[in-house]
Design a protein around this ligand. Structure first.
Ligand code: NDP
Length: 306
């Protein structure tokens, strides 16, 4: 049976970085990239990755994966469904199932990231892809000269309002508090944009439509806001199912708890990127955690095999 030195689960910045470093350490490395390039591919422009002044999210995801591949990491573009620890010749080994096949590795790095949060209001599921979207970069072009709202008060909301404004005639930013907490440079851009109107202390009660598409939203103050599209940018939930299966500890948000060396409480099982309990979710941090995971995997293998 083939046993990889390293299996990385996740093909975003953290996973690809772990894959690239692991392969360069001459460890046999397999990366599962169910979402090739990861969440960064749904970002318009990345302007804060040190050393790269400006790159689109899709290009960044692609470059990260290519770098890992060219370093010798193998890729599988499927979802890992289960993980467990078994024994092989008296040594612990991880057994994974993906696409109906079994895979084995001495070490695993979890870099599954997060998925978009849903608002949970009436009409949201009914009008998904009929005006409700979780990705401005993917869907903004369908709303040329239309009126759209972006829900959220973080950096994603500001960035996505900026993207929407390039296509839409009018963009509302619906913020539930009386302030936003976006990066100042992104906040400035939307405040100066005549097409963007930020509505503070504003929450959606329900999303309404004609059965085919969104027509308006009902707000909690009782008023209606006519709209063609509603984009959600209200944060993310960690994809931690595999961490839970293997017994890795998570915090109250569901983020996998790691130490500075990307180690979890499970020997040989590391985590990197947005899935971890690092406070600041950034590509550069995920990439760095991926490096730690690789180096620690290497050290672990030295001890395991002598
Ligand atoms: P955040 O968790 O930072 O912000 C979520 C926003 O949505 C908050 O303003 C929050 O409100 C609001 N919100 C949450 N739930 C609801 C709700 N039910 N109704 C209305 N509003 C709601 O998420 P982001 O996606 O903006 O950012 C996540 C992380 O990703 C951050 O660390 C950010 O810096 C990073 N990021 C990095 C980028 C990059 O590297 N280029 C790009 C974009 C994001 P409240 O303020 O009241 O809690």
């Amino acid at each position: 049976m083939e046993i990889y030195d390293v299996i990385v689960i996740g093909g975003g910045c953290a996973g690809a970085s772990a894959g690239m470093y692991s392969a360069r350490f001459n460890m046999s490395t397999l990366v599962f990239a169910e979402q090739p390039g990861g969440l960064i591919t749904t970002t318009h422009l990345v302007e804060n990755y040190p050393g790269i002044k400006k790159i689109t999210g899709p290009d960044m995801g692609q470059v990260f994966m290519e770098h890992a591949m060219e370093s010798g990491a193998k890729f599988e573009f499927s979802r890992v469904n289960t993980i467990e620890k078994v024994e092989h010749e008296g040594k612990p080994v991880f057994k994974l199932e993906a696409g109906g096949k079994e895979f084995f590795a001495w070490t695993v790095t979890l870099a599954t990231g997060t998925k978009h949060k849903h608002l949970g209001v009436p009409g949201e599921e009914e009008y998904a892809n009929k005006g409700v979207s979780y990705c401005a970069l993917c869907d903004a072009a369908f709303f040329k000269d239309k009126t759209c709202a972006i829900v959220g008060g973080g950096d994603s909301a500001a960035i996505e309002a900026n993207i929407l404004s390039q296509h839409c005639g009018k963009v509302y930013v619906l913020v539930r508090k009386d302030f936003m907490r976006a990066e100042p440079v992104n906040q400035d851009r939307i405040e100066k944009d005549p097409k963007v109107e930020i509505k503070y202390m504003t929450e959606i009660e329900s999303i309404e439509g004609d059965g085919e598409k969104v027509t308006h939203v009902k707000l909690k103050d009782g008023s209606d806001l006519e709209l063609d599209g509603v984009f959600m940018a209200i944060g993310h939930d960690p994809q931690n199912e595999l961490a839970k299966q293997i017994g890795a500890e998570v915090n109250e948000r569901g983020d996998v708890i790691i130490n500075r060396e990307a180690e979890t409480n499970v020997p040989g099982f590391y985590a990197a990127g947005d899935i971890t309990d690092a406070k600041f979710k950034q590509a550069i941090i995920g990439a760095a955690e991926g490096v730690y995971a690789s180096v620690m995997s290497y050290n672990y293998l030295q001890e395991l095999h002598g």
